[in-house]
Write a protein of this length. Structure first.
Lengths: 578, 324
């Protein structure tokens, strides 16, 4: 009897194994309304990307910034212009051209003819006017434009005229390349209050791809054969599918990348420089290293620069409120050593202004040579003596698990100790760190919230934004710098015509001078636009020698810069064809 | 019986309340974290922030949030996930639950059956015992995460027999095809093996000790004295020894579930445990609540089932209940 019971147990266990396993397959349903006809994407027709998504893709609403799945902007929805940070130029995208009238009161957009939405209808001036008018809705990400826009007219199906009630050159310029055009017919069906929160699981875009499927691990797109860019720009894709894989832990990402499961990794992979440059690694696969890895530059720093890392002092607290103390900090930190020791030279130390390399034309060389600083321990000690620092212990915080920053912080602590500043590294959870910065309850922090922009305006807006709230939750002016003169200059810049370069340059020169004289932030190094390519399946990746396109899938890069053009350059590696 | 049910209800109420409270004690605010990924001008930031706070009901006083939590719970409405916004928590969890069940149910049942059999065989058999005892002790004392890492290293990094992470291969669209099912099984095996091995060690040791105890008891000696074959004696001993093991199963459930959480994280296996880690990282109150409610209900139900099974297996309990 017992034997029989035992056998029954085995049978029960077998059923217990098989049934749940089969149901796991059923539980994850494709996101699209009609199930795709294929069950697995052929490896030689699919490009795999990773390094952008940290949560399961569930949302394709381009107005829900921060929540939408990788590819929503760029692959599905497109902007009027793109910006190329390498050449510091704008590329006409949905728009063929655009220009201000002489008085700077209205802007005319000429759309490319023959652009179609993925549902087969035409993208017209009415869609563009509708998208621009959404700025009047306070929850739309570009609602800061709303107060400046007077009226929007559509003289023809491809012409849009935007009349401004007051000048907003900079904000408008940012809209042109940062915010995607949505279809009026679809978006007008959403209630106004939910226009940014609808998941939009059946997106209708104008872009080079359409949504194929999504599950908790990845989102898959397929190439849109009727994309306007093929005839208008001569761009076509040699792959049929693009799959963006949700990020796992760094070691898993590294393993997947080296195994060739991921073609483009936009992760920070520690030690990647040695994988590329070590003599042992080179030899096979076209001399690009044993794993067939490529990066944007073939030598250090390997990557483009993506954003500026600051040492952010809390200006409402002593001794950080003391200029001499901040100067001591600036002189005490050896960013070259950090770039070398922690990053293996895949990052570059910043210029004293902290402005990214693409903004070099805006940097006043005379201001930098007169007021700039560089690593100098003697100067640090000199300024420390002049300051109000009394030997108290100060903390430097950054989020736990940001391993490169955590190690860099340890190095900074030791560099500060060398000049007599007692500092302690502190790594709270991400959310706790944000709260500390919002509330102004920190001492020093590492921060990089000023990313790539087409002018230094965004950078200085982040530094000098006023007024200071008791909770600085919009992440602007986290250091709490109360400098009305600087803020007036930032506001003034929004009203100077972009063609008036003399006035623009002079004003930026003034801001740079104030920045260097008062040091509200201490620029350290440029975080890289991390991009590693595997050449196992695909060749033709964007590099400094090939195309010069941005190789980044991150939000704000894929949709607004030259990533799509870079993807169009890929072609299959003949060695992997078998 | 009623008393037992009452205890279950009280346990549920306390556990669910703690479940509601704990995520809210963590410093920081989920909406703030969500919006920290975007750069918005202050006026837009405030409008967006208020929109989210209102749509998640986080702008209300805490006692109102608590009451509406229970109200919604009775309608089996767990709210909307912040991290996978705007997907409802129940549907997020349903995407991940099958993976966890596919790990837990086979691992618990197989390790229980196999562990008990092997343990029973090993008792009082010197040769076998010399292997089972040390191996069992080592396995049961091994932390799940460590064993998981060891298996991942040996069988997928060095050996390349199994994939190291995920629920199935990239580029597969879930469907009833052999490619997909094979991929599922291959990805499932290592996390399953981890849970199985640790559990197996525990049951084997427990059973071995219980059998030795039973073989020392009067009824066993009496049967031996009557000349009963060893097989028969051992079979009786097994039936008596299995009773405390069933109680042990009920007690073990919580441990196994937490082991599954850790194991899933190591293998990035898309189950409830992996989801829980993501929910914690994103301070997703609602998803965390949902996950823990699911675990609480699962463990309570399993305990309930074990209680009922016990009634059938142990005649003394049956008599006891009937006599009440």
């Amino acid at each position: 009897m017992l034997r029989a019971g035992y056998r029954l147990g085995i049978a029960a266990a077998a059923v217990a194994i098989i049934v749940p396993l089969l149901t796991t397959g059923l539980a994850t349903t494709p996101a699209t309304a009609s199930p795709p006809s294929i069950s697995s994407l052929p490896r030689n027709e699919t490009v795999y990307t990773s390094g952008t998504a940290y949560s399961a893709p569930t949302n394709w609403n381009p107005l829900d910034t921060g929540n939408y799945a990788t590819g929503t902007e760029g692959l599905l929805y497109e902007t009027l212009f793109n910006y190329n940070p390498v050449t510091n130029k704008y590329t006409p995208w949905l728009a063929k051209s655009g220009s201000w009238n002489a008085a700077g009161t209205s802007y005319t957009i000429n759309l490319r003819p023959g652009i179609q939405w993925s549902d087969g209808t035409s993208l017209t001036s009415a869609d563009v006017a509708y998208t621009i008018n959404l700025a009047k809705n306070p929850v739309v990400p570009y609602s800061n434009l709303g107060t400046y826009i007077g009226s929007v007219t559509t003289p023809s199906a491809t012409t849009v005229v935007v009349n401004f009630s007051s000048k907003a050159y900079t904000e408008w310029q940012d809209f042109l390349w940062q915010d995607p055009i949505v279809q009026e017919a679809q978006f007008s069906t959403f209630p106004a209050a939910q226009i940014t929160t609808d998941a939009n699981t059946s997106p209708i875009g104008s872009g080079p791809m359409t949504l194929l499927a999504a599950n908790s691990q990845e989102v898959a797109y397929q190439v849109n054969p009727s994309w306007w860019g093929t005839s208008a720009l001569g761009l076509s894709f040699k792959f049929k599918y693009l799959v963006d894989v949700v990020n796992g832990s760094n070691n898993v990402e590294f393993g997947n990348f080296l195994a060739g499961n991921i073609d483009l990794s936009n992760n920070f992979l520690a030690g990647i420089a040695s994988q590329i440059s070590s003599p042992a690694a080179t030899g096979n696969l076209g001399g690009t290293g044993g794993f067939g890895i490529e990066t944007y530059y073939s030598k250090a720093p390997y990557m483009l620069s993506a954003n500026t890392v600051w040492l952010e002092p809390n200006l409402t607290k002593a001794p950080m409120n003391n200029l001499d103390f901040r100067k001591a900090l600036a002189y005490a930190i050896n960013t070259k050593a950090i770039a070398k020791i922690i990053y293996g030279n895949i990052v570059n130390p910043t210029s004293p202004t902290g402005l990214l390399p693409n903004l070099d034309p805006f940097i006043s060389k005379s201001v930098v040579s007169k007021y700039g600083f560089s690593y100098n321990q003697k100067m640090a000690i000199k300024y420390l003596k002049l300051s109000n620092y009394k030997g108290q212990d100060i903390t430097i915080q950054d989020p736990d698990g940001w391993t490169d920053w955590n190690s860099a912080t340890d190095v900074i602590v030791s560099q500060l100790a060398a000049v007599g500043i007692k500092a302690t590294a502190y790594f709270p959870q991400d959310a706790a760190r944000n709260t500390d910065l919002d509330d102004g309850t920190y001492d020093l922090a590492l921060d990089n919230n000023a990313g790539v922009a087409s002018s230094p305006w965004t950078y200085f807006d982040r530094v000098f934004q006023l007024p200071i709230a008791s909770v600085q939750s919009a992440q602007l002016n986290w250091e709490r710098d109360d400098n009305p003169a600087a803020w007036a200059l930032v506001q003034k810049l929004g009203t100077i015509s972009p063609t008036d370069t003399a006035e623009t340059d002079a004003t930026y020169g003034q801001l740079e001078k104030i920045f260097l004289q008062t040091l509200p932030e201490i620029p350290l190094w440029y975080n890289g636009a991390w991009a590693q390519y595997s050449t196992q399946y695909w060749l033709g990746w964007p590099t400094s020698k090939h195309g010069g396109y941005t190789p980044i899938m991150w939000d704000g890069w894929l949709g607004n810069m030259t990533t799509v053009e870079g993807l169009a350059g890929l072609y299959p590696n003949p060695a992997a064809a078998s | 019986m009623l008393r037992k049910l009452f205890i279950y209800l009280i346990t549920f109420w306390v556990a669910a309340s703690v479940d509601w409270l704990l995520p809210r004690l963590v410093p920081g605010n989920p909406i703030n974290l969500l919006l920290s990924k975007i750069s918005l001008q202050p006026q837009t930031y405030n409008a967006t922030y208020n929109l989210y706070m209102k749509s998640f009901g986080l702008n209300r006083p805490w006692w109102k949030q608590y009451l509406s939590f229970w109200e919604a719970l009775f309608h089996w409405n767990l709210g909307v996930s912040i991290y996978q916004f705007p997907k409802p928590v129940t549907s997020v969890i349903l995407d991940y639950v099958p993976f966890t069940l596919a790990l837990l149910i086979p691992a618990i049942l197989l390790s229980y059956f196999a562990g008990n059999r092997v343990g029973a065989m090993a008792a009082r058999r010197k040769m076998l015992d010399n292997t089972v005892l040390p191996v069992g002790y080592t396995l049961t004392a091994t932390p799940y995460a460590w064993l998981a890492l060891l298996l991942a290293f040996l069988l997928s990094v060095v050996g390349r027999f199994f994939p190291i992470s995920g629920g199935y291969s990239f580029g597969l669209i879930p469907s009833f095809t052999w490619t997909f099912i094979w991929s599922l099984v291959a990805h499932w095996f290592l996390p399953f093996l981890t849970l199985f091995l640790v559990g197996f060690g525990g049951w084997a040791i427990g059973m071995r000790n219980l059998i030795i105890y039973e073989l020392e008891s009067d009824y066993a000696h009496y049967m031996e004295a009557l000349g009963a074959p060893t097989r028969l004696v051992r079979r009786y001993a097994y039936r008596n020894a299995i009773l405390p093991q069933i109680t042990g199963l009920a007690l073990q459930l919580g441990v196994v579930v937490s082991g599954a959480v850790v194991t899933e994280i190591v293998f990035q296996y898309p189950g409830i445990g992996y989801l829980a880690l993501q929910a914690v990282g994103n301070e997703d109150y609602f998803l965390l609540q949902g996950i823990f409610l699911f675990i609480i209900i699962g463990v309570l139900l399993a305990n309930f089932v074990v209680d009922i099974v016990y009634v059938f297996v142990d005649p003394r309990v049956r008599v006891g209940i009937a006599g009440e």
